[in-house]
Write a protein that binds this ligand. Structure first.
Ligand SMILES: [Zn+2]
Length: 135
């Protein structure tokens, strides 16, 4: 019983193009190039801040994420869901995986651990995305 439940479908994925449910033949993706650009900018800003404050206090002054997002002209980089046929043609730079791999509780945990290790993940809306799609 428990096992059956844990295997059952736990997510509801809606296509960002046609607004219909995506059960098969679709994917979840994010522009990881954009997120990586933000990550690099954040590190650079962090170093500048650390140098600027080096004489006044300890290193490792946290960067101001809000400032950075505003300054760089980016908002949080959004995760998308598309049917294979609905996705943009140009997704060469996108990081993603098929919807078939994101269906059960175990799938969600596995992918949260996996993408949680990406340096750029904090510059995307991953947490909100997961909250939105789990039932
Ligand atoms: Zn679609």
């Amino acid at each position: 019983m428990e096992r059956e439940m844990s295997k059952s479908k736990k997510v509801r994925l809606i296509c960002d193009r046609c607004s219909k449910v995506v059960n098969l033949n679709g994917y979840i993706a994010v522009d990881d190039r954009k997120a990586s650009t933000l990550d690099r900018a954040a590190r650079a800003h962090e170093r500048e801040q650390a140098l600027a404050h080096a004489s006044a206090g300890p290193l490792g002054v946290p960067y101001d994420l809000e400032w950075l997002l505003q300054e760089s002209g980016y908002n949080s980089v959004p995760w998308h869901v598309f049917h294979d046929q609905c996705g943009p043609d140009d997704d060469g730079g996108h990081y993603g995986f098929p919807v078939e791999e994101f269906q059960t509780e175990a799938d969600v945990i596995r992918w949260m651990l996996h993408v949680g290790g990406k340096a750029w993940i904090e510059f995307t809306n991953w947490d909100d995305f997961v909250r939105k799609v789990i039932r």
